[in-house]
Design a protein around this ligand. Sequence first.
Ligand code: SAM
Length: 338
Amino acid sequence: MITVLRIGHRPDRDKRITTHVALVSRVFGADRIIVDKVDDKLARTIDNVTRKFGGKFEIGFGNYMEEIRKFKGTKVHLTMYGMPLESKIKEIKKSEDIMVIVGSEKVPRIIYDVSDFNVAVKNQPHSEVSALSIFLDRLGRSKELNGELRIIPEERGKRVLRIPGRDECIALLEKYGADERLKRHSIMCSRVALKIGEGCNSDARLLEAGALLHDIGRTVTHSIFHGVEGYRILKREGMDETIARFCSTHVGAGLLKSTARKLKLPDQDYIPRTIEEKIVCNSDTLLNGDRVVKIEEITEDYRRKGLYSEIPRLKRLYSYLEDKCGFSIDELIKLNEQ
Ligand code: SAM
């Protein structure tokens, strides 16, 4: 648990800088910030960012001496007068529970005495925002922050991906007339996908949305075109390509361009590329309605339908994810009973 204690906040003068102290805390791995003067506007701004961009970051208010007295872990005061960060960081890293204290104007003498470490990020005056970000970065406790919005890195442009939540996805299925069977299948697909995704570095919110929406095209047709139809629906709904592609890339183990041509689908390949697309595609494959079945049953079914050429790709995708995410089919089958 990392707590940042911001002392000397003056709501009228320090609005921007305390906001930045809180934003830095959230992004670089702190779990909460305590500010020594109540500032509702500040709390609203930070809660808003956390809701949109993710994580469990909290903001609270309290008297700084009381907060320090209550705190049982290691207290690190950042000050230009302290010992160089490089000489102390190894020792500080041994603590699980850390309170990082930053000031604004002149910091009271007592803070130097009650802190376990007085640490400088270079013995030069600069700012609480820079000192805190460098300190937290060196501490190395930042974690994935998966909210509704993701910034997709671009060389030049600005691209922000919004991922719909579970309720929004289900409401969308209903808007297009999904029956109970389709909803049950989609919900089970999301449970399987989330379970597989636990074992590897994947985006849980994206997985859930992709799995819930992958079959929305079945509200139009149950033919092989349902993937493309689903893609069109989601694009019409203003969703990003990243979400819409779950529809077009989940059919079979993904379709090669040559297969797509034979099936008279729009001329392109429909191969799942990202880890999330691969997991959703594989999760769907493992489902018979809303029940998880073994891969052998699926391949047998493909054989019966004469889809021989698809079997090796199906198995390859399964083994790839088994290897990468370490999922066990027995664990997935247990989901049938829950
Ligand atoms: N002279 C002030 C004092 O009493 O430390 C400095 C105020 S400075 C504008 C605001 C805060 O930035 C400080 O309380 C401290 O937490 C942080 N800070 C500034 N320079 C720092 C440095 N070189 N190393 C660590 N923290 C620093």
